[in-house]
Design a protein around this ligand. Structure first.
Ligand code: MG
Length: 382
């Protein structure tokens, strides 16, 4: 088999899809994207095209290694997200060739279904207790919310109290054992992260996420020492080598590699195995589209340490189009009792609604991250 075509499409709300065609008629889909830099990643995939055309799509490991190592420069969000989408599409082709879901080609599933959680509250959380209750009534046993809005390096305890009030309201509404994940979103700096983490302890959160940015990896020690809450992070790390440094700190409990950012299925499967050897859990990051989600589920299916999956159906970012709009086999993505079934179709598990993809790509989105500023006019982390 040979790769004969590589097509890229920008689709709303903020994604990029790649379609890899072969000379025997099989087609694979991937989702190479960095949120806010979709056109940049698309250009990167286009640039990688000449390493793909004429190559055997079954040699995923060799193609991955070519794209990673032969380019001399490596790593980072743009290059690794381009590789990630290509890698997903190649696994999709391989699965379709063998007539099996990707997880069957990676050792088979080690669980029957995957626990999922839902986002509540948006960028500027309010009325989260009502939202959490609504999710609980839909069968979810866990939610995630943003902790704070803008928070300066040293900031008012009024903002800390506002977080605590929201979390308390959720705990009260949803009950003692409902899973509450609290995303600091890299908005919080070390001095306030320690304070906030310690105060959140009384609410028994499922985990806190990105309490500080991975740029400040050494500070996880201080956060971990300040509280008794599992610490999650990793959506802004992109390779085994990035995660090696994180795991070596010894202070992180859950890693969150993104299947569309960290080199795809091939790489995240390896990252997951490295984490398992450190007794660290896996909860892949996925505020993205259906191909990214299905890729996550393929890795979750075969990773012992995977315990919960993020998904973006109904997330605040999705305006204009949503995850399932691009999926013809929507019945495979029904959530029941807080779980989703593992993908069933050969390949990644998504039958893509190509008509909508073509329609969307005729007027490509230009989604950008918002620019936030503090009261004094200085830039705030979003
Ligand atoms: Mg996050």
């Amino acid at each position: 088999m040979k790769i004969t075509g590589v097509n890229t499409y920008l689709v709303r709300p903020r994604w990029c899809f790649v379609e890899i065609e072969t000379d025997d008629g099989l087609t694979g889909w991937g989702e190479p994207v960095v949120e806010g830099k979709a056109s940049t990643v698309r250009a990167c995939v286009e640039e990688m095209k000449e390493y793909l055309l004429g190559n055997d799509p079954m040699r995923i490991e060799d193609i991955w290694t070519t794209l990673y190592r032969a380019g001399f420069y490596r790593g980072g969000p743009v290059l690794m997200s381009a590789i990630a989408g290509i890698d997903q599409a190649l696994w999709d082709i391989k699965g379709k060739f063998y007539g099996a879901p990707v997880y069957e080609l990676m050792g088979g599933r080690c669980r029957d279904k995957m626990k999922v959680y839902s986002w509540i509250g948006g960028d500027r959380p309010s009325d989260v207790a009502r939202d959490a209750l609504e999710k609980k009534e839909k069968g979810f046993s866990a939610i995630k919310m943003n902790a704070t809005e803008e928070l300066q390096m040293i900031d008012s305890y009024e903002k800390i109290d506002a977080v605590l009030e929201r979390v308390a309201a959720i705990r009260e509404a949803a009950g003692k054992y409902f899973g509450i994940a609290i995303d600091f979103h890299g908005r919080v700096h070390k001095p306030m992260a320690k304070v906030l983490a310690k105060k959140l302890e009384e609410f028994d959160p499922m985990f806190i996420e990105e309490p500080v940015l991975c740029d400040n990896m050494e500070s996880f020690r201080d956060v971990a020492n300040a509280c008794n809450i599992p610490i999650a992070t990793g959506e802004r790390l992109f390779s085994r080598w990035d995660f090696k440094r994180l795991l070596e700190t010894g202070y992180v409990d859950i890693i969150q590699p993104d299947l569309s950012h960290a080199g795809g299925i091939t790489e995240v499967k390896k990252i997951a195995a490295m984490a398992e050897a450190y007794d660290v859990a896996l909860a892949p990051h996925c505020p993205l589209g259906p191909i990214a989600l299905a890729s996550c589920l393929q890795v979750d299916a075969t990773s012992y340490n995977a315990f919960i999956q993020e998904q973006s159906i109904g997330i605040h970012y999705n305006t204009g189009a949503s995850v399932l709009d691009y999926v013809n086999n929507r019945e495979d993505f029904v959530f029941a009792g807080g779980f989703v079934n593992l993908p069933k179709l050969p390949g990644i598990g998504v039958e893509v609604n190509k008509e909508l993809v073509l329609e969307e790509s005729r007027h490509p989105h230009t989604w950008k991250n918002p620019v936030w500023r503090h009261q004094d006019g200085s830039i705030a982390e979003w």
